[in-house]
Every structure is written in C-alpha cells, then in structure tokens.
Unconditional design. Structure first.
Length: 131
C-alpha cells in the first residue's frame, strides 16, 4: 500500500466524526508557515498542525492531566516529550499531525516558538466553550 492511502485512512480515522471549530493559527498566512485547525465532537477535541514550508519547529503546551497523544499523517504514534510541571512538546514538520488531549479544553498555554528566530513566540489566546 502507498503512503497516500495511509494518509487518507489516517485523516478519515482522526477527523471523520469531528467538526471544524476554527483555524487557530496561520489564518493570516494560509499558504505559508505553521497552520493549525481545531476540531471537536461531543466528547473530544483534536488539533491538526503542520508547517507548510517544511521547517522543523515545535509546539509546546501544558498538560497536567498527561492525556495528550499525537499521531503523524500515516497514523504512527509521535513522541510527546515530557518536561517538569506538565510542560509537553511535539515536533512539527511539513506533514500534518493529529493531537488530542485535555489541554485542548483551554488552549491559552499552547506556544510555537517563532521559526524566524525572533525572540517572541506565537501564542494562542482562544477559549473553547464546552457543550
């Protein structure tokens, strides 16, 4: 089987029962840089994130519940690095990754270090209303 098949199968498995909530980062530059979309269903939330330009970067967030999990575009588990005090990190590349976890209930603590080597970071300031 080809990678295209596995990518389509993963997309279908990961998002088939979810609805798009919003384009949470990259909306102001949809054909460049880091893109992220938040999806939800009645039970869970899922974030899909990638870097259009293919530059390696990382997404950092806090998950004290230790519930975060990620898979790559082909459905393989991705290592979620764990640091003290609940800080987590996932590597981002040109292929979409699908991230789930309780931390998506409040995304204020998600950051993506700026890949242009500027001292600031992109910080998400959104709150999702629970149904």
């Amino acid at each position: 089987k080809r990678d295209g098949y596995f990518a389509y199968r993963t997309l279908s498995e990961q998002l088939g029962k979810f609805t798009l909530v919003r384009h949470i980062f990259g909306a102001d530059h949809p054909s460049t840089g880091i893109q992220g979309f938040l999806f939800e269903n009645a039970f869970d939330k899922k974030l899909v994130v990638w870097n259009v330009e293919g530059q390696a970067s990382a997404m950092e967030f806090y998950d004290i519940s230790n519930s975060s999990m990620a898979v790559d575009a082909l459905g393989k588990l991705i290592v979620v690095k764990t640091f003290p005090a609940g800080r987590r990190q996932i590597q981002i590349s040109s292929s979409p990754i699908y991230v789930t976890g309780k931390f998506l209930d409040n995304t204020n603590n998600i950051t993506i270090p700026n890949i242009l080597n500027k001292p600031n970071t992109l910080k998400l300031n959104i709150k999702i209303n629970n149904k």
